[in-house]
Design a binder for this molecule. Structure first.
Ligand SMILES: [Zn+2]
Length: 235
């Protein structure tokens, strides 16, 4: 069980110990019982092969004018000893098969860029959720999980995000940053629409995540699940 990263890991929580002892054998079990994951290694063991992407939250003036988007945001603070820089990174992760999450990481000092990224990936694992997939597109009705079972909506700050099922082959008709999250979740076809202050990319991703949280809370009839091929999770 586990891999190089988790080989020497000593779990600190009951859930972590149960995972190492093999008493909890799947990530599904954890979500079914509504347990909170406090250690990223739990996700490393139960969901190997996670991928990540960085959301471009930073920006510096580009050569030909405009803003060049960068994966980390640098903020300066004045200290007695002079200027101090803080780096912030924001990652999304997923197994491209029904699990996805996001996380923020911050660091100062030397190597802050790398440390912030590492922290953001770690925190993404603690925020991972099962993603409900299906085909709710009336043009398609193929009952396979390439899209979502129904229209969903999420919110974060002043950003509101709406996602609609799309037929096979439509692709992900969303902004590049939202695409990163949906691809990592294992969704292939969807139409998205954003309302509000969309330049704040962190809130945009949080709104997308919130839409999937909302979808997980919806009670679906067995008949509807069958018709749309709805699945939750699937590692
Ligand atoms: Zn379909």
């Amino acid at each position: 069980m586990g891999n190089e990263q988790t080989k020497d890991w000593v779990p600190q929580t009951k859930l972590g110990k149960d995972v190492v002892d093999g008493k909890v054998g799947s990530i599904e079990e954890i979500f079914k019982e509504g347990k909170k994951i406090m250690e990223p290694e739990i996700v490393d063991i139960l969901l190997p092969g996670l991928d990540h992407e960085l959301i471009l939250i930073g920006g510096s003036p580009g050569k030909g004018g405009g803003i060049r988007r960068t994966p980390a945001k640098r903020t300066a603070k004045m200290h007695k000893s002079g200027r101090k820089y803080k780096m912030t990174a924001f990652a999304v992760i997923g197994n491209k098969n029904g699990y996805a999450g996001f996380g923020k990481g911050q660091a100062t000092g030397s190597g802050a860029f790398r440390t912030a990224i590492q922290k953001s990936i770690k925190n993404s694992k603690l925020n991972i959720i099962p993603i409900r997939r299906g085909c709710g597109s009336w043009e398609c009705e193929c009952a396979s999980p390439h899209s979502i079972p129904m229209e969903i909506e999420g919110k974060s700050g002043s950003v509101r995000f709406k996602l609609k099922p799309a037929p096979r082959g439509a692709g992900l008709v969303v902004s590049d940053e939202v695409k990163k999250f949906l691809e990592l979740a294992g969704i292939k076809d969807c139409w998205g629409k954003t309302f509000g202050e969309t330049r704040t990319r962190v809130n945009l991703i949080k709104a997308v995540y919130n839409a999937f949280q909302n979808l997980n809370r919806i009670k679906m009839k067995e008949k509807f699940k069958e018709k749309t091929g709805t699945k939750i999770g699937e590692a």
